[in-house]
Design a protein around this ligand. Structure first.
Ligand SMILES: NC(=O)c1ccc[n+]([C@@H]2O[C@H](COP(=O)([O-])OP(=O)(O)OC[C@H]3O[C@@H](n4cnc5c(N)ncnc54)[C@H](O)[C@@H]3O)[C@@H](O)[C@H]2O)c1
Length: 440
């Protein structure tokens, strides 16, 4: 098994955020890629060149590569893996009711692969999977007659960020490849190297370490955000501007500037489920992960602190109308999985408030997940008769709203700015009573 000098045949299983970016990215590198998706409605959209969620530049990348016949979509796994050199698995690993990762989709795929895989093919686990998963996959394959020498299993965890996923694919900070077969690792390296236009650090390790790197990274990121959120709460009380503090902290290379923006609490499709699985792994090995647990608890408290701020401005919430700007878990995506906006809005509703909300990309998702609130077509529609506006997601266009006319149409000029999109000076200029997240 030697590294390819030209494009190879790749199968990507799962047409979600990671699978589509991976499939289209590899096709752009010059590989011939077939992406498998078992949801018929989603598959039909993809075959028509449409991406069923919002991710900048992704649809164009997919269409261009479909046009060049380097990228296609299919549903038939057994047929699609035939003749492929590498099979990347990117199916979801969502949280189960116990908080542990649900590996049902992965097991289904492995079950089919253990019948249809061919000697010499490499199986690459790109999904985020608990430590020990690759070992178990190897055992299943071995029980079907495929050892690591004939069908190697490699971990290649993904680190892309939704909102900048396409950019991240082409400009990764590192590529982690874990496995026991040096040939397979070399082959996966070449798959990336064919298209990378700049040097990227490639970390080669064993399967379990690659699995742990992914969890440790996400838990650390959640910890960093959790820290700055608590810091913002203290800054609020002592009259210090958290943005100045975070800026100065970030200049220290031991700390770094990223993930030091305070907000309403961390969320999304990855951090909550990955920290929960991490804690679960600790538990099942008798290791108490106190920091991770505290980070989860502090995050719930952060959601509550947003509701407390609204209450501080409007008094009792019962009968109040609240305008919400932003529903996706972060700007640049329509993804609402694990969004902090969901528990915050639920708490406001439970306290008797009514909600009008706007998001530039996530209205379709929000209509399903939050059927009890009104989703408005325009951001300015949340203002009329509102007792308070709450900015929950950092969409930059919210900064450019006509805040004069917003303020004039509200019942009371109250603004809770969880993302510090406005400054106290600007907000006061428009006549708002304003609570930010750690700005003075
Ligand atoms: N979304 C992110 O930002 C991100 C970043 C890094 C890592 N990850 C990890 O990558 C994995 C995938 O995440 P995602 O957000 O892309 O998930 P997703 O739910 O958006 O996509 C998974 C896709 O796989 C499809 N699928 C499930 N079973 C299938 C099967 N048997 N055959 C074909 N398709 C099948 C689903 O229909 C879905 O479209 C997860 O483990 C996640 O933790 C996600």
């Amino acid at each position: 098994m030697s590294g390819p000098l030209v494009g190879v045949n790749i199968c990507v299983i799962g047409g979600g955020f990671v699978g589509l970016v991976t499939a289209a990215g590899f096709a752009q590198f010059g590989h011939k890629v077939v992406c498998l998706e078992n949801d018929s409605a989603r598959l039909a959209e993809l075959q028509a060149g449409r991406v069923p969620f919002f991710e900048r530049d992704l649809e164009e990348l997919i269409r261009n590569n479909m046009h060049c016949n380097r990228l296609s979509f299919s549903k038939d796994l057994e047929e699609a893996v035939d003749g492929q050199e590498a099979i990347f698995i990117t199916v979801g690993t969502p949280p189960s009711s116990s908080g542990r990762a649900d590996l049902g989709a992965l097991h289904e795929v492995i079950e089919v692969l253990s019948r249809s895989v061919q000697t010499g093919q490499i199986i690459v686990l790109k999904s985020t999977v608990p430590i020990g998963t690759a070992s178990r996959v190897k055992e299943i394959l071995a029980s079907n007659g495929y050892g690591d020498r004939t069908v190697p299993v490699v971990n290649n965890p993904e680190f892309l960020r939704e909102g900048t996923a396409v950019y991240d694919f082409f400009h990764p900070q590192r590529i982690v490849i874990g496995g026991d077969s040096p040939d397979a690792i070399e082959y996966v390296k070449h798959i990336y190297r064919l298209g990378m236009t700049h040097p990227v650090p490639i970390v080669v390790t064993n399967n379990a370490t690659a699995e742990m790197i992914k969890y440790a990274s996400n838990v650390f990121l959640a910890t960093k955000i959790g820290f700055v959120n608590e810091l913002a709460g203290l800054c609020d009380q002592v009259g210090v501007n958290v943005l100045e503090v975070a800026h100065a902290m970030g200049l220290d290379p031991r700390i770094g500037p990223d993930f030091l923006n305070p907000g309403p609490g961390w969320g999304g499709s990855c951090l909550p489920k990955d920290i929960s699985e991490f804690i679960g792994q600790g538990q099942s090995h008798g290791v108490q992960l106190h920091i991770a647990r505290a980070v989860v608890e502090a995050n719930h408290r952060q959601f509550e602190s947003v509701v407390d701020k609204v209450r501080k401005l409007v008094g009792e919430l019962d009968g109040k109308q609240i305008g919400v700007l932003g529903l996706s878990f972060k700007a640049g995506t329509s993804d609402m999985r694990g969004s902090p906006t969901i528990p915050i809005i639920s708490m406001l509703l439970e306290a008797g408030a009514t909600i009008k909300a706007f998001d530039p990309a996530a209205s379709r998702e929000a209509a399903q997940l939050l059927p009890m609130i009104e989703i408005t077509p325009q951001a300015s529609d949340v203002a009329p008769d509102s007792d308070c506006i709450v900015i929950l997601t950092e969409w930059p266009e919210f900064q450019l709203l006509d805040w004069w006319s917003m303020a004039e149409r509200m019942r009371h000029r109250n603004l809770v700015d969880c993302r510090n999109l406005l400054s106290p000076e600007v907000a006061h200029h428009y006549g708002f009573k304003y609570l930010s997240t750690g700005q003075v």
